[in-house]
Design a protein around this ligand. Structure first.
Ligand SMILES: Nc1ncnc2c1ncn2[C@@H]1O[C@H](COP(=O)(O)OP(=O)(O)OP(=O)(O)O)[C@@H](O)[C@H]1O
Ligand SMILES: [Mg+2]
Length: 279
């Protein structure tokens, strides 16, 4: 693990952190996917997680949301310890309401038999005590927020484009009214104008509700637009951290400079490129 001098931001000391990850590791066989990761995310702030392909970003996200069990370390989120899987269904539901995740490819997470309207309604019924009229109005409202019309909300996922499915997944995450949303390359597939609209929605929702975001993105313009702080991951470990502005404008690590200099895409590997070009 690289020793990082700049550890003031995200140091696990904030008393009211919404999310505290401490010494978190995940080992798959002989591969350490996440290596002693420690950070704090205060309420209402947004954290970017950047790093080359395979650096452990999605694995970190899956542990935070409870889809993967940590090998070691702890996770504290929304006032409760989440280091181990929820055992009771009530607890699982509470955790699901508080922390939502949107993946890059929402096709796998959307029920193929359900329309967008049905998917949103299901979340509203599961997590809130709203009557049918209110739920209908809320589905319409959420659809409008992400720019989907009634027809698009009434068809099954296979009849939609990738970007439209992505917006349903984002609307569904918002429907839960979570305290934290993890966006794992969630806006990467959207074309530019839709992406701008969705990013504006995410920022408006944050202003209105105080929701916090963990944004995993290769797109540093998006990182700059919606995050306050950034951690940089390499081989599962954090190699640089600080305010997004500081990390992107004056990176301290060569690795961060390489990330910034490359024109990255999902799955990009700047260090491999460097290996080739370095004598
Ligand atoms: N279920 C798994 N079983 C075994 N190895 C895994 C598993 N999930 C991830 N890994 C390994 O852990 C490492 C980190 O993977 P991860 O998906 O977290 O990377 P990432 O930073 O999200 O990459 P990308 O930018 O390509 O999405 C990789 O070496 C990957 O092969
Ligand atoms: Mg990933």
């Amino acid at each position: 693990m690289t020793v990082v001098a700049d550890v003031i931001v995200n140091e696990p000391a904030a008393p009211d952190a919404l999310l505290r990850v401490d010494g978190l590791s995940k080992v798959y066989g002989d591969r350490t996917a996440v290596d002693h990761v420690t950070f704090d995310l205060p309420r209402g702030r947004s954290l970017a997680v950047v790093g080359e392909s395979g650096s452990g970003k999605s694995t970190l996200a899956k542990m935070i949301v409870g889809l993967e069990a940590p090998t070691s370390g702890s996770i504290w989120a929304c006032g409760a310890d989440r280091s181990t899987p929820a055992t009771r269904s009530q607890e699982r539901r509470t955790r699901g309401r508080q922390v939502q995740i949107v993946f890059q490819d929402p096709y796998s997470s959307l029920d193929r038999r359900q329309s967008g309207a049905q998917a949103l309604d299901e979340v509203l019924r599961l997590h809130h005590d709203y009557d049918a009229d209110y739920r209908r109005a809320r589905v319409t409202e959420l659809a409008a927020l992400v720019g989907l019309d009634e027809r698009q909300m009434s068809v099954r996922p296979k009849a939609l484009s990738g970007g439209q499915r992505q917006r349903i997944a984002i609307a569904r995450a918002l429907a839960a009214e979570p305290q934290l949303i993890i966006l794992d390359e969630s806006v990467a597939a959207l074309d530019v104008s839709i992406q701008a609209q969705v990013l504006n929605v995410l920022m408006d929702v944050r202003d209105a509700t105080g929701v916090a975001y963990v944004l995993i993105s290769h797109d540093l313009a998006v990182v700059r637009q919606i995050t306050d702080d950034t951690i940089v991951m390499q081989n599962g470990a954090i190699v640089e951290r600080g305010t997004t502005e500081r990390v992107l404008d004056s990176p301290e690590q060569d690795y961060t400079r390489q990330l910034r200099a490359s024109v990255p895409e999902p799955g990009w590997t700047p260090t491999r490129r460097t290996t080739r070009s370095t004598p």
